[in-house]
Design a protein around this ligand. Structure first.
Ligand SMILES: NC(=O)c1ccc[n+]([C@@H]2O[C@H](COP(=O)([O-])OP(=O)(O)OC[C@H]3O[C@@H](n4cnc5c(N)ncnc54)[C@H](OP(=O)(O)O)[C@@H]3O)[C@@H](O)[C@H]2O)c1
Length: 329
């Protein structure tokens, strides 16, 4: 587990803007489990590793306060990849999938929603359920880390598409939230009893789909409960992030995949970029009509971000973990 002393906040002058650049004042940035993978060194095709002494990055939203780019004016809201800082000089040239892009705000939609329900967390949940695992109406899906950013949306999206949802999380408060406001049909605290037992009680007839954010014992339990032809969307392995991605532990039942003809499919949300428009139209429709509960854990100020990040890794968050850099207007 990282330690707050692993992080320092430094002040640096903002560089002069080159032609084509904009200066953005960040209002929110996202804290994500994948950042822990980036702290382990080594190479990964997921995201580039962080370098010691260099600023951290990650998804953020902010307002253009100075522009040397004819396509952007002061006041525009941008989504970009330079979080963990108050100001960022950006070149929105559309050169790759992390390039800064303008986002709409207004009505029910605040800039921060482009980091959660309408952004990476929502898209990961939607793509994993419907594109990777091909979840259909009437099927039973098990969602792990279900009270977190991706999981809490996966639970609700699956319900809205007519599935039966079983959820797991790490506290009784989260379990109550899952069967209450988030609408899961059944939920359990994975810390209190063997996961396989809890899953069998919640789904005596088995499950069709497992949305896996954890790996290890959760994945083993799902492999046991999956019905023939079942599917697993391998979204994350948070159980292993403090041990490095090469040290997966606890998956002992892979033979079930052979016996039952299961499909286990890993994915990164960005592999489904072509489907982003379909995601936005379906999920904005639900969100703008008040059909989604978007839980958030808000950390105030850059100096508190490390503690917020560590808390999120350990389960102190409910819903999306965000750092707020400016007081609400
Ligand atoms: N494939 C992709 O493109 C993609 C994109 C985004 C995220 N992800 C993955 O999706 C997962 C969830 O990400 P998120 O942003 O939504 O984070 P999150 O769920 O909001 O926060 C992480 C949660 O993981 C749970 N957790 C921590 N250690 C655990 C353990 N040993 N066993 C079970 N649960 C544990 C904690 O909740 P509890 O209190 O319930 O333990 C914690 O709240 C992560 O694995 C992440 O890497 C994948």
């Amino acid at each position: 587990m990282p330690d707050p002393d692993d992080f320092i906040v430094v002040e640096q002058p903002v560089p002069a803007l080159q032609r084509g650049a904009v200066l953005v004042e960040n209002s929110w940035f996202s804290l994500d489990p994948s950042m822990r993978i980036r702290m382990s060194g080594g190479e990964s095709s997921y995201f580039a590793p962080y370098r010691i002494g260099a600023p951290l990055d990650g998804w953020a939203v902010g307002t253009v306060v100075e522009s040397s780019n004819p396509d952007f004016t002061v006041g525009d809201t941008l989504h970009h990849a330079c979080g963990w800082r108050e100001h960022a000089v950006l070149v929105p040239d559309g050169s790759d999938w992390t390039s800064p892009r303008p986002v709409g705000v207004g009505g029910a939609i605040d800039a921060r929603h482009h980091l959660s329900v309408l952004g990476a967390s929502g898209f990961t949940a939607w793509a994993g359920l419907f594109k990777v695992a091909q979840l259909g109406p009437g099927e039973t899906v098990f969602v792990s880390a279900a009270a977190g950013a991706v999981g809490s949306l996966a639970v609700q999206f699956a319900k809205l598409r007519g599935a039966r949802v079983i959820a797991s999380a790490g506290t009784s408060e989260k379990v109550r939230r899952l069967t209450g406001a988030l609408g899961a049909d059944a939920a359990f605290d994975y810390r209190t009893r063997p996961i396989g037992e809890s899953l069998r009680s919640a789904a005596p007839d088995g499950i069709d789909v497992y949305f896996d954010s954890v790996g290890a014992e959760h994945l083993d339990a799902a492999l046991e409960s999956l019905r023939p032809g079942g599917r697993v969307a391998l979204c994350g392995q948070i159980e292993n992030y403090n041990h490095g991605t090469g040290a997966s532990k606890g998956v002992t039942r892979l033979f079930s995949a052979i016996e039952k003809g299961l499909t286990l499919r890993g994915f990164l949300a960005r592999m489904y970029t072509d489907d982003f428009g379909e995601f936005r139209s379906e999920v904005s429709h639900w969100f703008e009509r008040g059909m989604l509960t978007v839980d958030e854990t808000v950390i105030d100020g850059l100096e508190n971000a490390p503690q917020g990040f560590i808390g999120m890794l350990g389960g102190a968050n409910i819903g999306k973990t965000l750092v707020r850099l400016q007081a609400e207007a």
